[in-house]
Design a protein around this ligand. Structure first.
Ligand SMILES: Nc1ncnc2c1ncn2[C@@H]1O[C@H](COP(=O)(O)OP(=O)(O)O)[C@@H](O)[C@H]1O
Ligand SMILES: O=C(O)C1=C[C@@H](OP(=O)(O)O)[C@@H](O)[C@H](O)C1
Length: 292
C-alpha cells in the first residue's frame, strides 16, 4: 500500500516567536512525500538529494499517524512500519516552512497509504505533524501558523500555544521571495530577543485580524529584523511600492507581496544580491493527496 501527498511552502505575516500567535500564507513551492507501508514495524525516512539531512521529522510523522489511525484502518499498529521519501523544491531552513510542508505531506501520504485520508479532518492531521515537529525539536512554538497555512492554503492566523485556528482567509497574491545562501534553523532562534518585541507582535496581530495583511507583514519585518539581527536593506529596496514585505519565519528569506509589475522591479534589485529570487503566487488549496 503506497500513499502520496504534496504540501506547499508558506511565507510569513506574523512570526510567532514573540507571543505564540502567528500568521502565514501558502505559496506555490512544493514538497512531495511518498509513503510505502511495511510489516516490520520500522519507520525509515529518506530525503531526496539530501543524504546528510536529519530524517527524524518524517519518520516521527509516519509513526504518530500509524499509532493514531492504524486501528481505524483495520490494522494492528504494532505490525505496521513505513518507508517515507520526500522530494522538495522548498529550500531547507530558509524561513519558508520546509519542515511543516514535509510534515503535512508525510502525515497525509501515510493516511493515503492507510486508505482513510478522507475520513480524517485536515486540521487534526496538521496537529499531528506539529506534535511530531515538537517531538524531534525542529520547532520552537510548534509553528502551527505555518503548518496550518500549508495544510489548508490561504492565510491563517493561529495561537500556537493551544494549536487553535483563529482566522483563515483565501487570498490571491503575487509573491516575491529572496533567499540568501545562508540557513537559519528555527529550533535555534534567540527567543529572549524575540520576547522583547512582543508589543510590536501584538500590533501585527491586530492588523492581521483586521485583514490588513500587507501593513502587518511590514511591521513584523522591521521588528524581527531588529530582534534576530537580519538586515532591513532588502525590505527598504522593496518599499514603498509593495503591499507588504517581511523577513520570513526565522529567516534568512524575505517575502514581498504586491502588484506583479512592482515585484518584477523589486526582483531586479534583489537579483543583485547573493542567493535566489523567485516570483511565485499564493496557494488556496493546501496539502493534497496524489495517487501513486
Ligand atoms: N523535505 C524534507 N524532508 C524531511 N525533513 C525535512 C524536509 N525539509 C525540512 N525537514 C526537516 O526540517 C528541518 C528544518 O526545519 P526548520 O529549521 O524549521 O526550517 P524551515 O524554516 O525550512 O521550516 C530539517 O533539519 C529537517 O529535519
Ligand atoms: O519554530 C517555530 O515556532 C516557528 C518557526 C518559524 O518558521 P520557519 O520554520 O519557516 O523559520 C515561524 O514562521 C513561526 O511563526 C514559528
Amino acid at each position: 500500500m503506497d500513499g502520496r501527498a504534496v504540501a506547499p511552502a508558506a511565507g510569513t505575516i506574523l512570526t510567532a516567536f514573540a507571543t505564540g500567535t502567528g500568521s502565514a500564507f501558502a505559496v506555490d513551492l512544493e514538497t512531495t512525500a511518498t509513503v510505502e507501508l511495511t510489516s516490520d514495524g520500522e519507520f525509515v525516512g529518506e530525503i531526496d538529494d539530501r543524504p546528510e539531512e536529519d530524517t527524524s521529522l518524517i519518520e516521527r510523522c509516519a509513526e504518530l499517524t500509524v499509532d493514531r489511525y492504524a486501528d481505524q484502518a483495520g490494522l494492528n499498529a504494532d505490525d505496521v512500519g513505513a518507508r517515507v521519501l520526500t522530494e522538495s523544491e522548498i529550500p531547507m531552513a530558509a524561513g519558508l516552512t520546509s519542515s511543516s510542508a514535509a510534515a503535512n505531506a508525510t502525515v497525509l501520504a501515510t493516511l493515503d497509504a492507510l486508505e482513510i485520508v478522507d475520513s480524517v479532518d485536515r486540521i487534526d492531521a496538521c496537529r499531528l505533524g506539529v506534535t511530531a515537529a515538537r517531538d524531534v525539536g525542529v520547532t520552537t512554538t510548534g509553528a502551527f501558523d505555518d503548518a496550518s497555512a500549508s495544510m489548508l492554503g490561504g492565510v491563517t492566523i493561529t495561537d500556537n500555544d493551544t494549536d487553535t485556528l483563529l482566522q483563515r482567509e483565501e487570498v490571491d497574491w503575487h509573491v516575491l521571495v529572496y533567499t540568501p545562501p545562508e540557513r537559519a534553523y528555527s529550533g535555534e532562534t534567540d527567543m529572549d530577543a524575540c520576547r522583547r518585541i512582543a508589543p510590536m507582535a501584538e500590533l501585527v496581530e491586530e492588523l492581521a485580524l483586521d485583514s490588513r495583511y500587507g501593513e502587518a507583514m511590514t511591521v513584523n519585518g522591521f521588528a524581527y529584523c531588529g530582534a534576530l539581527e537580519f538586515s532591513t536593506a532588502p525590505m527598504l529596496e522593496a518599499m514603498p511600492d509593495v503591499t507588504g514585505v517581511t523577513l520570513s519565519g526565522s529567516g534568512p528569506s524575505y517575502v514581498a507581496v504586491g502588484e506583479r509589475a512592482t515585484l518584477e522591479d523589486v526582483r531586479e534589485r534583489w537579483d543583485d544580491r547573493e542567493g535566489t529570487t523567485r516570483l511565485l503566487e499564493t496557494r488556496t488549496d493546501g496539502t493534497q493527496t496524489r495517487s501513486t
